[in-house]
Design a protein around this ligand. Structure first.
Ligand code: CCH
Length: 285
């Protein structure tokens, strides 16, 4: 009995290494789930507004149908959100959805070969959808030729400055499009950005910088394709090489994967902590 405390789980009742292990198993079984979990994690956080100080990952509100109905979240209610339910059930009330969704993103990034992004626990779920922010806070990839609103540099800056990110952080975060793909059943866009969509690397930047991107001729929304017609870019991706202040970071990350990993790690950690209070730095890997 003198040493009974040793049996207590760490960090307020949840063994986050075990939770991370359960998330890893889901990704190992189907690596294509990893990128979608990264998207869940980012969308759960990307609603933050630094002026009104609402939104962000803190309340885990992306689980509510009201938030999943937002245009930018198309597909997540049928994929990443239900994929996390068994993990949530296993740990019960001691694990918040808000912690689970943010942890899923950093676990997926590491599992797919990326950096170990620092992560903190302690988010407390909102109990009802009243904390869901209005639709329109996530970036729109909207179709249109260069310069068309809202697929322009000003749109990206408006959205990301509202969260508190500068040009360099916007470009670093965008490198997550090394992972995954667009689904016609979700956003309406189609295809992967890189030939290795389950590997976290700096290929998004080198492809953006070196490939000749042309408008795809198809019935779907305006998007770009490469000459081989196997890769894609969104109008908002191309903005990163059309705007000189963005482009200098694209060129830098295309040449230097280590700097990309370091900068991405800092920016993603910041993203996952927007709109939170009282977090505790947590060893998860
Ligand atoms: Fe993204 N993203 N994203 N994205 N995104 C899509 C998919 C992924 C935009 C639009 C889209 C970030 C920034 C932007 C991921 C991570 C990040 C899709 C396809 C669209 C559209 C969704 C579908 O059809 O399934 C736009 C616009 C921006 C503007 O900045 C940032 C920042 C991140 C993370 C840090 C990942 C990962 C995916 C792949 C998801 C999957 O299911 O494969």
């Amino acid at each position: 009995a003198a040493h009974a405390w040793r049996l207590l789980p760490l960090s307020g009742g949840v063994d986050y290494k075990a939770v991370a292990g359960d998330i890893s198993s889901i990704i190992k079984e189907d690596p294509n789930k990893g990128p979608t979990l990264v998207r869940l994690s980012w969308h759960s956080s990307g609603t933050y507004d630094k002026m009104s100080k609402d939104g962000g990952s803190g309340g885990g509100t992306i689980r509510f149908k009201e938030e999943l109905a937002h245009g930018g979240n198309a597909g997540l209610g049928e994929t990443a959100v239900p994929w996390m339910e068994d993990v949530k059930t296993k740990y019960g009330d001691s694990l918040s959805y808000a912690d689970l969704y943010t942890l899923a993103g950093v676990v997926a990034i590491k599992e797919l070969g990326g950096p170990t992004v620092p992560w903190s626990s302690g988010r407390v779920d909102a109990l009802d959808p009243s904390a869901v922010t209005p639709d329109g806070r996530l970036p729109g990839a909207d179709s249109g030729p260069p310069g068309a609103d809202p697929s322009d540099a000003a749109h990206l800056r408006t959205i990301f400055n509202r969260m508190g990110f500068n040009d360099q952080e916007i470009v670093a975060l965008s490198g997550a499009h090394a992972l995954g793909r667009c689904h016609t059943t979700a956003s309406g866009y189609d295809g992967p950005w890189t030939p290795t969509p389950t590997m976290f690397n700096n290929l998004y930047f080198s492809l953006l910088d070196s490939v000749k991107w042309t408008q795809r001729d198809w019935k779907g929304p305006f998007q770009y394709e490469d000459e081989g017609k196997s890769l894609m870019m969104l109008p908002t991706d191309l903005v990163l090489i059309q705007d000189d202040d963005f482009k200098k970071y694209v060129s830098m990350y295309a040449k230097d994967q280590a700097t990309f990993f370091a900068d991405f790690s800092k920016a993603f950690n910041k993203l996952e902590e927007l709109g939170t209070t009282g977090l505790k730095s947590t060893t998860w890997a």
